[in-house]
Design a protein around this ligand. Structure first.
Ligand SMILES: Cc1cc2nc3c(=O)[nH]c(=O)nc-3n(C[C@H](O)[C@H](O)[C@H](O)COP(=O)(O)OP(=O)(O)OC[C@H]3O[C@@H](n4cnc5c(N)ncnc54)[C@H](O)[C@@H]3O)c2cc1C
Length: 291
């Protein structure tokens, strides 16, 4: 499979990239690691006339952890850098784990968390945890910058709230609240070489043994990563007994909208939503007890 012909641009600043994006209009595509984009181009699914590579823009690469503010992951920070970052591993373990569980080492050394979100596959490994943790997309366009909660970012398979002339510059994740815990759980039919058939991200905040707030996000079981809001309501304000966790798994199944495809049947996905939701809730609770 060969790539179609295109003009290639390698801007060195965000301003230059934004100018090029406006100038080239609908025929332009941004390139981060290319592990989604180039494959779709080779398969003939996309034929952009202009590719605007973000790799040369230093400002988009940084990962910055500020203890009183939060974590900013630059849009072109590699998945492997996020997975290995000591502050992310320590303060955002589920974020590091989701990045580590994305694809294989070659892909993680090229692909980015930003690209994973902008590509907007319903199965994107990094989306559920970042949404559960109240992450925000940092977006820049010709009119300036804006921040958008990630639970409003996804609009459909491969559709996002990004305007055609906007670039994601990074992802912001607030400081995890005291007594909170997070978890990421996923399953794929063929382990590391396949994308998730089901994935679940959770953040739960406790007052003593009672859950004050829970955010539960289901991936690969709907057109976008889904907040399981009824399940969140079920576990909030409650002490988590084994019976409640069991009920939460069943409720999450009711909120999932899986399809059958090459990766899994809808029936299998439903079963796994129950299993992974239960596991993620228990893991988040365990982590919260240590904080
Ligand atoms: C073998 C293989 C295995 C894979 N396994 C997994 C897996 O297990 N889990 C998983 O979730 N994914 C998987 N993927 C998909 C892919 O690797 C990830 O989604 C990766 O994170 C994409 O990042 P990228 O930087 O390569 O994106 P790119 O391919 O560069 O870009 C993807 C899309 O996002 C747009 N984009 C990129 N950056 C920006 C930006 N800053 N602002 C606006 N738009 C932008 C691009 O224009 C493009 O449309 C796999 C891919 C391959 C080839």
């Amino acid at each position: 499979m060969r790539l179609p012909k295109f003009d290639y641009f390698a801007p060195q600043t965000l301003e230059e990239a934004l100018r090029l994006l406006t100038e080239k209009g609908e025929g332009a595509r941004l390139l981060a690691g290319g592990t989604d984009l180039l494959i779709r181009m080779k398969a003939g699914l996309l034929k952009p006339q202009a590719i605007i590579a973000l790799e040369g823009i230093e400002a988009l690469k940084a990962i910055r952890y500020q203890p009183k503010v939060g974590l900013t992951i630059g849009a072109t920070a590699k998945l492997s850098e996020v997975a290995d970052h000591p502050d992310i591993k320590k303060h955002y373990p589920a974020v590091a784990y989701a990045a580590l569980e994305t694809a294989n080492v070659q892909i993680r050394n090229m692909g980015t968390v930003g690209g994973n979100l902008c590509n907007a596959a319903p199965s994107a490994d990094n989306a559920p945890t970042l949404i559960a943790m109240k992450g925000e997309a940092l977006l820049a366009g010709p009119k300036g910058e804006r921040r958008l909660p990630l639970d409003q970012f996804f609009k459909g398979p491969r559709l996002t709230a990004l305007a055609p002339d906007e670039i994601m510059t990074g992802i912001f994740v607030p400081i995890p609240p005291p007594h909170s815990g997070t978890a990421y759980q996923h399953v794929s039919a063929r382990g590391k070489v396949d994308i998730a058939a089901v994935c679940v991200g959770v953040m739960a905040i406790f007052d003593g043994e009672t859950c004050r707030e829970a955010r539960i996000v289901l991936g690969a079981v709907g057109p976008i990563p889904l907040r399981a809001k009824k399940t969140e309501g079920l576990v909030q304000g409650q002490q988590w007994t084994p019976e409640l966790i069991e009920k939460a798994g069943k409720q999450a199944v009711e909120e999932a909208k899986p399809i059958s495809d090459v990766r899994a049947s809808a029936a299998y996905r439903k079963m796994m939503v129950a299993v992974l939701t239960r596991r993620a809730l228990l893991e988040a609770q365990k982590r919260a007890r240590k904080r």
